[in-house]
Design a protein around this ligand. Structure first.
Ligand SMILES: [Cu+2]
Length: 89
């Protein structure tokens, strides 16, 4: 959100601003788990990209600037898939 304010102050379009969230993911043991988490996150409205890794177990999620998706929505999607998630950044 800070970057949105800064860019708007510079006269740039708000549409250029993306929100990136890093989640720590719990419970993944293999690449199939990674795929499950990636699919869960990509299924959340407003998610442009979800990069999931096993080591370290993290998901980097990019949200569309105009989306109303909250971090809690991302965490809920991961938990519904059977894994845990918490905000890292
Ligand atoms: Cu697995």
């Amino acid at each position: 959100m800070l970057s949105a304010l800064v860019l708007r102050g510079m006269g740039m379009e708000q549409a250029d601003v993306r929100r990136t969230i890093v989640l720590a993911i719990g419970g993944m043991t293999c690449q199939m788990c990674v795929g499950h988490v990636r699919e869960a996150l990509n299924g959340v409205p407003g998610v442009i990209a979800a990069n999931v890794a096993l080591d370290p177990p993290q998901a980097i999620v990019t949200l569309a600037p105009d989306s109303v998706t909250q971090i809690e929505d991302l965490i809920d999607a991961v938990r519904e898939e059977g894994y845990d998630a918490s905000v890292l950044v």
